[in-house]
Ligand binder design. Structure first.
Ligand code: FVH
Length: 275
């Protein structure tokens, strides 16, 4: 069989599971779907997917099993009764979780004779299968090489190492960056809204170009040490953040994020003062 035509079973038809199934069907893959609560497969079945009435039935269609469920607990609960069926097969877990959970899941599955690849989805449901989407994978390289062309249609496959915890590690770290950026953008918009500014004009003409200008500098400059670059004046930065706090207070907008950033800058100032 052409590897690209390997059958794929998807466990979980939440927003993400449905987007994955849709992208795979679009690419002509043979897809079987299962969801704990029935009734979510209608549109996918109309487009050619097969709906399984149990996890065992979904796994039993052969090929690759992909889990995209709420969390690690739901993955364990879903797979546990079906482990005998899964033995000798391959599971790709695209459910978000922690590094330890991924490593323990790998051990549990491998103990039952299941080959395992951990994943992290760098996309949201509407961007699955689009040019920018990519999927982090970690686990055995030979397994990644087999799986990558099969699951390629959901997003560019990117292997991050043999350690099954690494996909989760990079996933969580990247999400942390995204949430920080998102919280900053939300706070910016809340400020403009509270003081009577035109939010849409502000987003288009100020926030977006400003964040686009700063994004590469922010990512390249991210640092785990408390060292301070020569051109960076922590006293000025801390004073600037105090101005954001003041502006937030005047507008009646909570400023927890700016407060945390100011605390971090004061740590830097102390580090500089201590030599
Ligand atoms: N949606 C997103 O933007 C993000 C993007 C990055 C990756 N995440 C992760 O993807 C996993 C699934 O997310 P989702 O968006 O599909 O989530 P929901 O729409 O809430 O669907 C949850 C599915 O999980 C099933 N489920 C929940 N608990 C159990 C359980 N104990 N046993 C079996 N299945 C369970 C649920 O089934 P049901 O409620 O319909 O019966 C849904 O199929 C997730 O890890 C994100 O962090 C998405």
């Amino acid at each position: 069989m052409n590897i690209r035509n390997e059958r794929i079973s998807i466990l979980g038809l939440g927003a993400m599971g449905r987007a994955l199934a849709s992208a795979l069907l679009e690419a002509g893959r043979e897809v079987t779907v299962w969801n704990r609560t029935p009734g979510k497969a209608g549109e996918l079945v109309a487009r050619g997917a097969r709906e399984a009435s149990s996890v065992e039935e979904a796994i039993g269609t052969g090929g690759l099993t992909v889990a995209c469920l709420l969390d690690d607990v739901s993955v364990r609960e879903t797979l546990a009764p079906a482990m005998r069926k899964l033995a000798g097969g391959t599971l790709v877990n695209l459910t978000s979780g922690s590094v330890r959970q991924a490593r323990e899941l790998a051990g549990w599955l491998e103990g039952h004779g299941v080959r395992f690849l951990a994943g992290g989805i760098m996309a949201v449901p509407p961007t699955v299968g689009t040019e920018g989407a990519f999927i982090l994978y970690s686990g055995a390289r030979d397994l990644f090489d087999r799986v990558a062309p099969v699951l390629g249609p959901i997003g560019r496959p990117h292997w991050v190492g043999e350690d099954p915890g690494f996909a989760a590690l990079y996933d969580m770290a990247a999400l942390s960056g995204m949430y920080g950026m998102g919280a900053g953008a939300d706070h910016a918009v809340a400020l403009v809204h509270a003081e009577g500014g035109d939010v849409e004009t502000f987003k288009r003409e100020v926030l977006r170009p400003w964040m686009e200008q700063m994004l590469p500098i922010t990512v390249d400059g991210a640092d785990v040490s408390e060292s301070v670059p020569d051109e960076y004046n922590p006293a000025m930065q801390a004073t600037g953040l105090q101005s954001i706090l003041s502006a937030s207070g005047e507008a009646g907008v909570p400023a927890d994020l700016a407060g945390h950033l100011r605390a971090s800058l004061w740590r830097m100032r102390r580090a500089v003062a201590a030599g």
